[in-house]
Design a binder for this molecule. Structure first.
Ligand code: SAM
Length: 279
């Protein structure tokens, strides 16, 4: 019996349901329920929240979320082989776990969740960044979710929390930190997973700010940042060529220097640049 519920240990669940890990689905399972409870706790108080979990697999993190008191968990799993194991968890926590067998990339879950909403997932690596970008670019801000607590490859986690001047600083850092506070909550070695991936992993916790840190049109900011980092070693005046005929004047109007390089410019500078370009 595990420390957090009366269900069988995950190794037995995987054997009973024949859940051999499939690489194409990014399946690296967490079998230590103390660890999954720790990840659930990194999301803060769940007791009054609906939690969205993408990719529950055999349900290790799902069990952590429910044991930590989540009001309701909505789990989206692409692999139908996992459904019987998840149904057993749903029986143990009546009325608190709903499972949808679908590709999370093609699904609008808003109708299935009630605020306050937190997203907590050990994401499949192949779709993790795409889902994060979607959650960070909703049609309006603040988003429907309060926080995102997500497992990524360590290298991606470092890019999310990166500061100006570092190699990892770029589009993902600006996108994430413009409208959230983002920090690494815990790091995990490959051996924490079954089977172990090739790389280290980290859980990133992002809390939505009520409003962006600095004013800017999201679409213009995205265009400016994408162009600036396309060739990150180039000076701004060269990198942003084509964005506006008088781009050098606009860079100066934003309080920046045309010879600056993208990786040195803080988020505030990019927002000023987006306003100058839009204006
Ligand atoms: N949460 C489990 C754990 O921590 O042990 C499993 C995590 S595993 C890294 C990723 C899970 O996401 C797998 O169960 C996989 O089948 C599922 N998955 C992969 N692509 C998906 C997609 N597009 N939509 C929903 N689930 C997906």
């Amino acid at each position: 019996m595990s420390g957090i519920d009366t269900l069988p240990p995950l190794r037995d669940v995987i054997a009973a349901h024949g859940l051999s890990a499939r690489k194409a689905l990014g399946q690296n399972f967490l079998l230590d329920l103390n660890l999954t409870a720790k990840i659930a706790r990194a999301a803060g108080d769940l007791t009054s929240c609906d939690v969205l979990e993408v990719g529950p697999g055999p349900g290790g993190l799902t069990r952590g979320l429910l044991a930590e008191g989540a009001r309701r968990v909505l789990a989206i799993e692409k692999d139908a082989r996992c459904l019987p194991a998840l149904a057993e968890i749903a029986e143990t926590y009546p009325g608190r776990l709903a499972v949808i067998n679908a590709d999370a990339l093609g699904l609008d879950v808003s109708a299935h969740l009630a605020p306050p909403i937190k997203v907590v997932s050990n994401l499949p690596y192949n779709v993790g960044t795409e889902l994060l970008v979607r959650w960070l670019t909703p049609p309006a801000w603040p988003p429907v979710w309060q926080s995102l607590t997500l497992m990524f490859q360590r290298e991606v986690a470092d890019r999310i929390v990166a500061q100006p001047g570092s190699k990892a600083y770029g589009r993902l850092a600006i996108l994430a930190q413009w409208r959230t506070t983002a920090r690494i909550a815990l790091t995990l070695p490959p051996e924490a997973f079954t089977p172990p991936p090739k790389v280290h992993s980290a859980v990133v916790h992002l809390t939505a700010l009520p409003a962006p840190r600095y004013p800017a049109d999201p679409a213009v900011l995205e265009r400016v940042v994408a162009k600036a980092f396309q060739q990150r070693r180039k000076m701004l005046r060269a990198a942003l060529k084509g964005l506006a005929p008088d781009i050098e004047d606009r860079i100066l109007a934003a309080g920046l220097t045309p010879t600056d390089r993208a990786e040195q410019i803080p988020i505030e500078g990019f927002c000023a640049l987006a306003r100058a370009v839009a204006g």
